[in-house]
Design a binder for this molecule. Structure first.
Ligand code: GRF
Length: 228
């Protein structure tokens, strides 16, 4: 078997977990840094999975937003999680991202979770967390990358839709796929009902993908995420 490059080595979690309900796991927690710009329903689904014990060995170290009044950041405050806002509007991307990187390092974040973070990341950011950034996208990639993916899928007339959790690389909605969940598109759907049903799958998919990453039982070969 060939030696793994540093970015292919599965994660080694770093601390103990204060957020899980009931008994604490014996092994250390994987520390998540969540980035969001909007309503934050994926963030809340992850937080609930941790609280309920469905997602073990994981804690949320910090929730960051680039939008001051994002409902997701208010929800994080309500949960008494550490939060920070770095307003991105009008700032050079590299300069803004340097602030994010410093904050994520301060909070000893192992894995960055993009949960509706509506801003491209700089190459410097991606290099700071190689294969340690996850994104969720509301389509079956590589179909319908970019904005309004559910509307794109609906307008195209697909019969199967879904969501994708993937590692983030330098290209938009492009990195190695961790998992996808599918749903049938119904004749009675409109773009909104389709988006709602995809969102319900997203909430399941992100928890499952993070659990897989936290297990450390995987490797990345080229574009392929493989369970071990
Ligand atoms: C989700 O549809 C996600 O797939 C996309 O942005 C949306 C964020 O929704 N990347 P929410 O803020 O998590 O509710």
């Amino acid at each position: 078997m060939r030696a793994l490059a540093p970015e292919e080595i599965p994660l080694q979690p770093s601390t103990t977990n204060p957020q899980v309900k009931g008994a604490q796991p014996a092994r250390p927690s994987l520390r998540l840094g969540v980035l969001l710009s909007g309503r934050g329903s994926n963030f809340l689904a992850i937080a609930e999975s941790i609280r309920s014990g469905k997602l073990q060995g994981v804690e949320i170290s910090i929730v960051l937003s680039n939008v001051a009044d994002a409902p997701g950041i208010a929800a994080a405050r309500d949960l008494n999680l550490p939060t920070a806002v770095f307003v991105s509007k009008g700032r050079p991307r590299a300069e803004h991202d340097a602030d994010l990187i410093a904050c994520l390092h301060d909070y000893k974040v192992d894995v960055v979770i993009l949960a509706g973070y509506m801003r491209l990341l700089s190459p410097q950011f991606i290099a700071a967390f190689p294969n340690r950034i996850l994104n969720i996208h509301p389509s079956l990639l590589p179909a319908f990358p970019g904005l309004d993916a559910q509307q794109q899928a609906f307008d195209y007339g697909v019969k199967v839709a879904g969501c994708t959790v993937h590692f983030v690389d330098e290209r938009l909605d492009h990195g190695a796929i961790i998992l996808q969940r599918t749903i049938a598109v119904l004749d009675t759907d409109d773009a909104h009902s389709l988006a709602d049903r995809i969102l319900a799958e997203e909430h399941i998919a992100y928890t499952e993908a993070i659990a897989r990453i936290a297990s450390g039982e995987y490797e990345i070969r080229g574009r392929r995420y493989l369970k071990r």
